[in-house]
Write a protein that binds this ligand. Structure first.
Ligand SMILES: Nc1ncnc2c1ncn2[C@@H]1O[C@H](COP(=O)(O)OP(=O)(O)O)[C@@H](O)[C@H]1O
Ligand SMILES: [Mg+2]
Length: 368
């Protein structure tokens, strides 16, 4: 059902305060909105650019209620916000995307079940709740495989990759149990390893009226589980790109999603598209849109959650986005001397290893 538009001048509440929240707040302010950030973090990239912020735990009901009363619509910038917090807010103010999408995507098992339900292909997977499931996982998935915690994983955290020789030095069951134990003995899934030729993502936005606007398919390279580089257009055959977009559109529709949605996929040697995971939010692989698309993904998300028309998604240039991770931030100023590069810094002071500190987008003449 289409909903009434939240007009510019209104206050948008954002749960979460990282760089995605920061760039959402900038996009919102460009459209004349004010932004209120809610997060447990005292010092945050998003609060630096927002007009208001609440520092409180997601379990703090009083703080959530006060926040809800001060905003006209709410959204979230990461999928590990507790569903209970979103449900509490949703009783007082519209939250888009809704709690349903959040609860599906924050558990890798329900997420993969859902993806399969739309007819899309995933890697084979089984649940591993404890040592008793190791036998089934070894038989049905085997090696190589990836053991992932069902919840709270990101940037490759909460994963163990077991190679073809994963079973060496013990039985297959023992190798899986060891991985599961190293991951904290929490509920996991065991997933078949996909021998992909490339990783891609589709970033799209879906409005409350069901309209979908997709960006060109993005090609992604991860290093140590963290996104390193995203390139558009993806160097894949047009038919594969079309298939990937169709899969993502189907998933967005099936979720009845409102806002930006990213679908991460593997492409195999025979051109097969295998869905890896869904992010019900703006996505790192979509950062190039800030510099090379008619409407960037952050503004697009704001438009969708506020019930404004979606903006154009045309690509204006070829682009390559590189993350600045940890100490890579130290050489960042050099980027300012590159005529075709744009530097984005997130206002983080502590350059811990693996921490996303900023990104660079390099622009090239449009090839296609
Ligand atoms: N089943 C798999 N087969 C091959 N590589 C995988 C598989 N699962 C994950 N990976 C690699 O690890 C990266 C991170 O895994 P992902 O499932 O996307 O979790 P995260 O939530 O940490 O992004 C992927 O982008 C991919 O490079
Ligand atoms: Mg991922």
């Amino acid at each position: 059902m289409p909903f009434a538009a939240v007009p510019p001048g209104a206050v948008i509440g954002i749960l979460g305060s990282g760089q995605l929240g920061r760039m959402l707040a900038v996009g919102a302010s460009r459209l004349g909105y004010r932004v209120h950030i809610f997060s447990p973090e005292a010092e945050s990239p998003a609060a630096q650019v927002a007009s208001a912020s609440t520092v409180a735990d997601y379990g703090d009901d009083e703080a959530l209620d006060a926040f809800a009363r001060g905003v006209d619509v709410a959204t979230y910038e990461f999928e590990n916000v507790p569903v209970a917090a979103v449900e509490r807010l949703a009783a007082l103010v519209p939250v888009r995307p809704g709690a349903g999408v959040l609860s599906i995507t924050q558990d890798r098992l329900s997420e993969k079940d859902f993806i399969r339900g739309t007819g899309a292909v995933t890697a084979p997977y089984v649940a591993m709740s404890g040592p008793d499931d190791a036998g089934i996982a070894a038989r049905e998935i085997g090696f190589p495989c990836v053991v992932k915690t069902r919840r709270l994983g990101y940037d490759g955290k909460g994963q163990r990759h077991l190679g073809r020789t994963g079973a060496l030095g013990g039985s297959p069951d023992e190798a899986l149990i060891r991985a599961w134990t190293e991951l904290g003995g929490v509920p996991c899934i065991v997933e078949g390893f996909v021998d992909f030729v490339t990783e891609i993502s589709v970033v799209l936005a879906r409005g409350g009226d069901g309209a979908i606007a997709a960006y060109d398919v993005i090609q992604n390279e991860h290093r140590a589980g963290i996104l390193h580089t995203s390139v558009v257009p993806a160097r894949i055959p047009a038919a594969v790109a079309d298939a990937a977009e169709a899969v993502a559109r189907r998933i967005a529709g099936a979720l009845d999603h409102v806002g930006v949605l990213a679908v991460e996929m593997f492409v195999t040697a025979n051109g097969g598209v295998i869905v890896n995971e869904i992010a019900p939010r703006v996505h790192n692989s979509g950062h190039w849109t800030l510099d090379a698309a008619t409407t960037d993904q952050f503004e697009q998300h704001i438009r969708a959650v506020c019930g404004l028309p979606l903006g154009g998604t045309s690509r204006l240039a070829d682009a390559e986005m590189t993350n600045l991770i940890g100490e890579e931030i130290e050489g960042a100023a050099r980027v300012l001397t590159e005529p075709n590069a744009r530097l984005h810094l997130y206002g983080k002071t502590d350059a811990r290893p693996g921490r996303k500190m900023g990104h660079v987008t390099r622009l090239f003449p449009k090839s296609s």
